[in-house]
Every structure is written in structure tokens, then in C-alpha cells.
Design a binder for this molecule. Structure first.
Ligand SMILES: [Zn+2]
Ligand SMILES: [Zn+2]
Length: 243
């Protein structure tokens, strides 16, 4: 499997950057995981619209879905220019319902609900969803194929499901949307230190920190994690990671 980071900003994009978006590719299949602000611009550096097989949305916060509305224009305009493609399956949480409804698109997108806990076979890979702790219904996911495991936490604070999600992952992308210096009583994201600690406890092989808030210096995020896990890296847009 290969994972291409299309956007690693959290909340809003850094200058020239993009919010959450990852392209998972294997066996000539291409699955887009999250479709935030600026993700399509980077997606089309790697594949054409007609090569996109499916979309997974971890949750329906706009920094993870805002480019879905522009994707509808891309599909519609491309059709008018002779590019036909089958409807794209979109796997997403069932709530908030008004935002699910906004994703509907006259048959160009087929919206399916995430079933937590059960394994879903996607083009020969096993995808498993884990409920996370975040203000809206949110799922982390693991993808296993040929003995390799990818884990994405989506947005979450530390929660019981993270251990199973991360356990033994060859590559883990974790929400490091905060740092200890900015800790508040109620958090929506993990700190870099929490990510590093959880990755160590779960025998993660490669940890990439993502969902980086542009208001925090990336070097401070990385340094905090490296105090606990020296080999930690930041997820870098446009880099292709082998799994
Ligand atoms: Zn987010
Ligand atoms: Zn969120």
C-alpha cells in the first residue's frame, strides 16, 4: 500500500497547504480518505478524477469534507466534457444528519454509513472502523493488506479504542492538533506527547503527526513528541509513504 498525504493541516490550511486528506493506493485502486480544504488541488497532482474508486470520510467537520462540494462540480463539469465515470461510493458517519444530506448529489455519489467495529473488505484490503472521542460522530480506521497495517486516528482525544486501532501498525497517522503547553480542561485533539506515548504503547512502527494547527509552530509539535519518541515525524503534504 502507498499513502500520499494531500493535506495535514488541522482546522484551516497553512499557507499553501490543505486540511485533512490522504490518498490510499494499492493494486491500481485509489481511495481518498477525508476531503478537506485544498485536498482536490493536491489529489489531481496524482490521479485523474476517473481513477478515484471510493471516498472515506472519518467525520463531518468541514476541515475534513469541505472539498466534497467542489468535487460535485468536478464530476458534473467533467461529464459535460465527455468524462464519464461510475458513481463514487462515499463511506461516512450517519450524523450530523443535515451534513450527510448536504453530501447527496443526484446519483454521482453513493453515500454509505460506517459500521463501527465490523471489518469491511475494500478491493482486497480489510478496513476496520473505531469510534473515536470528538464532538461529532468520528471514526478512526485501520487498513490491513498483505500483512501490513495502516492506522489513522482521525480527530480524537485519547480513548479506549485507540489501542486496538493502533496496535502493531506499520504506519500510524495521529491527530496532534495540540501540545501540552496549550492543554485545556476539555480537549478535542491529542497533544503531540499523547500521540507519542500511545504510539509507543501500541508498538507502532512509524508515527506521523498530522492535523497540525497552523497557529502552533510545527517544530514545537515535533520536539514535544520526540522527547518521548525520537523517531517521530510530521506528516508532509505531497509525500508518498510506503506501507
Ligand atoms: Zn479536524
Ligand atoms: Zn474534527
Amino acid at each position: 500500500m502507498k499513502l500520499t498525504v494531500l493535506g495535514a493541516s488541522g482546522g484551516f490550511p497553512s499557507p499553501g497547504g490543505a486540511t485533512s486528506g490522504y490518498l490510499l493506493s494499492y493494486d491500481d485502486r485509489h481511495i481518498l480518505i477525508d476531503c478537506g480544504s485544498g485536498v482536490l488541488a493536491n489529489l489531481f497532482r496524482f490521479i485523474r478524477l476517473d481513477q478515484l474508486d471510493a471516498i472515506i470520510l472519518t467525520h463531518l467537520h468541514y476541515d475534513h469534507i469541505s472539498d466534497m462540494q467542489v468535487l460535485k462540480y468536478a464530476i458534473d463539469l467533467s461529464r459535460k466534457f465527455g468524462v464519464e465515470r461510475p458513481a463514487i461510493p462515499v463511506i461516512a458517519p450517519a450524523s450530523p444528519e443535515n451534513i450527510v444530506a448536504s453530501l447527496q448529489s443526484d446519483g454521482d455519489l453513493i453515500i454509505g454509513q460506517i459500521n463501527p467495529g465490523s471489518a469491511l473488505s475494500m478491493y482486497g484490503a480489510s478496513v476496520r472502523f473505531y469510534a473515536m472521542e470528538h464532538p461529532v460522530e468520528t471514526y478512526g480506521l485501520s487498513v490491513e493488506k498483505d500483512g501490513k497495517k495502516l492506522a489513522l486516528t482521525a480527530d480524537s482525544v485519547p480513548c479506549p479504542n485507540l489501542q486496538a486501532l493502533l496496535q502493531g501498525a506499520d504506519l500510524a497517522l495521529m491527530d496532534a492538533g495540540s501540545i501540552e503547553r496549550l492543554r485545556k480542561p476539555r480537549m478535542m485533539h491529542m497533544t503531540a506527547a499523547e500521540c507519542a506515548t500511545l504510539a509507543n504503547a501500541s508498538q507502532v512502527k512509524t508515527l506521523l503527526l498530522t492535523h497540525l494547527l497552523p497557529l502552533i509552530e510545527p517544530g514545537e509539535v515535533l520536539a514535544e513528541a520526540r522527547q518521548i519518541r525520537p523517531q517521530t515525524e510530521l506528516a508532509t503534504p505531497l509525500v508518498v509513504y510506503d506501507i
